[in-house]
Design a protein around this ligand. Structure first.
Ligand code: R2B
Ligand code: URA
Length: 313
């Protein structure tokens, strides 16, 4: 008799095929254990369904401190029992990423740039699969440079585009370039825009977000250690980006959108603009103003979550 193939959760095929909503990797089912190395979690040492099975919203953002503040904020907003001081970093034994679980919300840091967020997303998507999560919505809440917008404006991403304004993400796999679409969930974006109108003094737009692989030359800045173009060439590029519908620039959205899409996860990108790139390159806004700006995507997502959970009318 042929042996029954159990996956790394000890499940028979009939149990796990139905769960293959998120991962797209047949090899996972042949592994006895899956070590999520950068989270310091594993299917053998942790009961992932018990720890994460009720997760419905995952919010990711670059900085560990910001994602801790977001976890504390959402704890208050959802009026959960216990003290915010007791929210602990699930990944505290590694210093790669920070992760906080607050009720149905998971808050995770992803560092800066495509390679950093893509490693985190591989492990997050496997985590959701192993934990048997269902109907999860993924949000990236972050900062960006605006194009033709007043600083502090929140941009909900329509399409994440590359430096050529194409809605695609290129990944090199086994020496070949694989192109993936970067379309995001339209319904979630529209609902976020609707929620933004319910918040006072909350400038928000929907537009395309350009994702680059560098903060300085890659985003057309004149103030890096290297610069080989003129002010006019910079402005010409930003004008072309604006004509292509780009309203802000950041460094993770294309891979975030592409991986979420391939893995059937509804996803949205919400970034506040810290400056208007037509007016400059340096971020010279006072610290307290920047802190307030960075809270805006958090407020919008918290409002969305509360509405979805039926906590507000
Ligand atoms: C926005 O801000 C960071 C660079 O300062 C980067 O992670 C991004 O996408
Ligand atoms: N993050 C970016 O990637 N670019 C900016 O201009 C500001 C924040």
């Amino acid at each position: 008799m042929a042996p029954i193939l159990l996956n790394c959760m000890g499940q028979e095929p009939s149990e796990y095929i139905e769960q293959e909503q998120y991962v797209k990797n047949p090899h996972l089912d042949t592994m006895e254990e899956d070590i999520l190395y950068h989270f310091n979690l594993s299917t053998k040492t942790h009961n992932l369904p018990a720890m994460f099975g009720d997760t419905k919203f995952v919010c990711v953002g670059g900085s560990p401190n910001r994602m801790r503040s977001f976890a504390q904020f959402i704890h208050q907003e959802l009026e959960l029992p216990g003290s915010v001081d007791n929210i602990r970093d699930i990944c505290e034994e590694t210093d790669r990423y920070s992760m906080y679980k607050v009720g149905p919300v998971l808050s995770i840091s992803h560092g800066m740039g495509v390679p950093s967020i893509s490693i985190m997303l591989h492990e997050l998507i496997k985590l959701l699969y192993h934990a048997r999560c269902r109907d999860v919505i993924l949000f990236r809440i972050g900062t960006s440079g605006g194009i033709g917008l007043a600083p502090g404006t929140v941009v909900i991403t329509d399409k994440a585009v590359d430096s050529f304004f194409r809605p695609q993400f290129e990944q090199v796999i086994l020496g070949k370039v694989i192109i993936r679409s970067t379309e995001l969930d339209e319904e979630v974006a529209r609902e976020l825009l609707q929620r933004s109108t319910e918040l006072p003094n909350f400038p928000t737009v929907i537009g395309n977000t350009m994702c680059t692989h560098d903060f300085y030359e890659g985003q057309g800045r004149l103030d890096g250690a290297l610069c080989s173009f003129s002010t006019e060439e910079k402005l010409d590029y930003l004008r072309k980006a604006h004509e292509a519908g780009v309203r802000n620039i950041e460094m993770e959205s294309t891979v975030f959108a592409a991986m979420s899409r391939v893995c059937n996860l509804k996803a949205a990108v919400i970034c506040v603009t810290l400056l208007n790139r037509f007016e400059g390159d340096q971020i010279s806004t006072p610290h307290d103003v920047l802190v307030e700006y960075q809270q805006r995507p958090q407020c919008l997502v918290a409002h969305f979550i509360k509405k979805r959970l039926g906590l507000i009318a």
